[in-house]
Design a protein around this ligand. Structure first.
Ligand SMILES: C[S@@+](CC[C@H](N)C(=O)[O-])C[C@H]1O[C@@H](n2cnc3c(N)ncnc32)[C@H](O)[C@@H]1O
Length: 280
């Protein structure tokens, strides 16, 4: 019997939730995640004044289901990120990718397009923006755009806000911090805000990597899709890589996280270095 104070997540309810999460996001929760899910959902049940997981499943199955599924995916997804995470990828961008792309950018005048495809709270696209702003200071005729997207509305809202605690920007070099962030004063002491001249290059979109169409331009020059593939099962990873490859320009680069690789996936990209792939 379920006590009204402590709902019990039954195996049936767990399976129902796991399948829904998978259908919506392709995030595959393993059998070992039952306690974690129960823990994360406990507060949600309280907020919704629901006394059991069974009632929660009924809500998910109702007309309000699609909205609740978004909350659910938000609750279970891992959003960990940081400025200059896996810094080799940013060095690759400035030392290898940009020099290779420069002739085209200088010749045809179209903007450089970079997509941060699972941007979480924004540290990755802002790092990209800082790195590009620095690298392209010497090339004022080159324009650049960063498309920044995530499945989570909550994370995307944080990314769009562009305000971070000073502790979070610790990986940013002091000179860059001064150039690209404004430090808060008064009640905002301890916070810093990304400056408008950086932000205006970034276009935010809510994108599920498995939705039918991506509402951003094709022929991206670089796609950062880091630390999200690990949550997907092998068939979903293969689907994703095929879709990202299609979204890339010839001569463009796909960058995945250090703990991810395209090993075991059929693809047409060339491996350049750890986590970096080139579309010929
Ligand atoms: C661990 S964070 C990675 C952030 C950043 N790319 C990095 O490497 O620091 C993973 C992000 O993927 C997002 N995500 C999970 N499933 C997704 C999906 N199907 N479509 C788009 N984003 C998804 C989550 O909301 C989360 O913000």
């Amino acid at each position: 019997m379920e006590s009204p104070l402590e709902p019990v997540l039954t195996p049936e309810a767990y399976r129902f939730v796991v399948d829904l999460v998978y259908q919506h996001s392709r995030i595959r929760l393993g059998e070992d995640k039952q306690a974690l899910l129960a823990n994360r959902l406990r507060h949600r049940l309280k907020d919704l004044a629901l006394s059991s997981y069974q009632k929660y499943c009924q809500l998910l199955d109702s007309i309000e289901g699609p909205e609740e599924i978004e909350h659910l995916v938000d609750l279970i997804s891992t959003n960990h990120t940081k400025f200059f995470r896996e810094p080799e990828h940013f060095s690759f961008l400035t030392k290898k990718a940009l020099p290779a792309l420069l002739p085209r950018l200088l010749k045809d005048g179209t903007p450089l397009k970079v997509w941060s495809a699972a941007c979480s709270s924004g540290e990755e696209p802002y790092t990209l923006a800082i790195v590009l702003a620095e690298a392209l200071r010497a090339y004022p005729t080159i324009t650049w755009e960063i498309f920044s997207s995530d499945i989570s509305k909550r994370m995307l809202a944080r990314a769009q806000l562009g305000i971070y605690r000073m502790e979070s920007v610790a990986p940013v070099e002091p000179e860059l911090l001064k150039r690209y962030f404004q430090q808060g004063v008064g009640s905002r002491t301890g916070d810093c805000r990304v400056k408008t001249e950086v932000k205006e290059h970034i276009f935010f979109h809510r994108i599920n990597l498995f939705q039918a169409e991506f509402p951003i331009p094709k022929r991206q020059d670089v796609i950062f899709c880091r630390n999200v593939m690990i949550y997907f099962d092998p068939p979903s990873r293969a689907t994703l890589i095929a879709r990202l490859t299609e979204q890339l320009a010839s001569g463009g680069y796909l960058i995945v996280g250090h703990s991810e690789s395209l090993f075991g996936i059929r693809h047409s990209l060339e491996s350049i270095q750890q986590g970096v792939y080139y579309k010929p």
